[in-house]
Ligand binder design. Structure first.
Ligand code: SF4
Length: 208
């Protein structure tokens, strides 16, 4: 039976995940959280957003349980809405578990959510190893239709954020969900052109 309060830390295979917020600046029509409360027996709908201290406290309970491949900021919301929490938790991980990889899964709105900050450099500065950016649209019109962002300039900003991440030397990848509206080849060509990895995600009940 699912627990009443949401899980801050959950795991799938060899990855440990951090669910730090349920807020998001997109309203993707395919979003898993519109249809489900959680995944693999974990409840990801949070009653209350955890403080940074609570995230670290929960992480401490699980981080040494086994040899995880990575810790991933990815839950039922956009982690960079809480950029300072991401940075502080990443700093803590790198201090006590320096060899553990940290990945951030993001919708790429970080600069719109945190204006006047050099987010890519801040992520690099605390040791985030991989950033996986969802780009669910091969152009602005498709992106707006599929993701329904709260920001008018979202698409352009996602592209700029990808370029900024790449410039810092962070391992950057673009992901897109296989949906009828999206021309995957065009996104793949763009990734190739700017020399970042591309990963296709199936439209199945997972977290994008
Ligand atoms: S799929 Fe990701 S970016 Fe889209 S609404 Fe859901 S959490 Fe936000």
């Amino acid at each position: 039976m699912l627990k009443k309060n949401g899980d801050i830390v959950y795991w799938l295979e060899d990855s440990l995940y951090l669910n730090i917020t349920n807020r998001c600046s997109n309203k993707c029509y395919f979003c898993f959280r519109h249809f489900w409360d959680g995944i693999a027996g974990f409840r990801l709908k949070l009653g209350k957003e955890p403080s940074t201290e609570q995230v670290i406290k929960e992480l401490k309970k699980h981080i040494s349980r086994r040899r995880w491949e990575e810790v991933v900021f990815c839950g039922f919301g956009e982690p960079t809405i809480r950029l300072d929490c991401v940075l502080e938790v990443a700093r803590w991980i790198k201090k006590y578990y320096p060899f553990l990889k940290i990945r951030l899964n993001t919708n790429g709105h970080a600069v719109l959510l945190n204006p006047n900050r050099d987010v890519a450099r801040e992520l690099k500065g605390v040791g985030i190893d991989i950033v996986s950016v969802s780009l669910n649209g091969h152009d602005e019109e498709t992106y707006n239709k599929v993701c329904r962002p709260e920001f008018r300039e979202a698409y352009k900003n996602v592209i700029n954020f990808i370029l900024a991440l790449k410039d810092t030397g962070i391992d950057t990848e673009i992901t897109a969900v296989e949906l009828p509206e999206i021309d995957i080849q065009k996104i793949q060509d763009f990734a190739k052109k700017i020399n970042v990895k591309f990963r296709l995600r199936q439209f199945i009940p997972l977290i994008y």
